[in-house]
Design a protein around this ligand. Structure first.
Ligand SMILES: Cc1cc2nc3c(=O)[nH]c(=O)nc-3n(C[C@H](O)[C@H](O)[C@H](O)COP(=O)(O)O)c2cc1C
Length: 109
């Protein structure tokens, strides 16, 4: 349920793209790249982010509240704020797969 409150963050960034770009497979890639860059830039300044779909599940409400024009497709939300290190959920760390499970290096033997 905290996700629907944007984790009580003071800021929610809505990532959108121009409807004219809807048929390009670059669009999702570019939105992800821009969002990753923003999240990393925020983190470099101590700001935490949660990329999330919950914040746009009621996208007509988001569109009206944020004044997003109809030519923009709403893609994702990013909650942003100063992390609370004492909040229990922020003590949870997920494991990552090893590099050799996620990438294949060719010609580097
Ligand atoms: C595209 C996308 C959508 C997500 N949607 C949600 C969401 O709706 N609610 C949520 O709690 N987390 C969501 N997450 C997960 C959080 O962003 C998560 O905290 C983040 O991926 C890092 O967590 P990790 O370090 O445990 O992987 C989403 C992540 C991605 C990449």
């Amino acid at each position: 349920m905290r996700g629907f409150r944007q984790f009580d963050a003071p800021v929610c960034v809505i990532v959108t793209y121009d409807r004219e770009l809807a048929s390009s497979d670059d669009t999702a890639f570019d939105c992800g790249a821009a969002t990753t860059a923003m999240v990393n830039a925020a983190w470099s300044r101590g700001l935490g982010c949660v990329i999330n779909s919950q914040g746009i599940m009621q996208s007509p409400v988001v569109r009206e509240h944020a004044g997003i024009p109809d030519n923009q497709v709403i893609m994702k939300a990013v909650a942003m704020g100063w992390p609370d290190p004492d909040f229990p959920a922020n003590k949870v760390y997920t494991n990552r797969k090893d590099l050799d499970e996620t990438a294949r290096f060719v010609g580097f033997d």
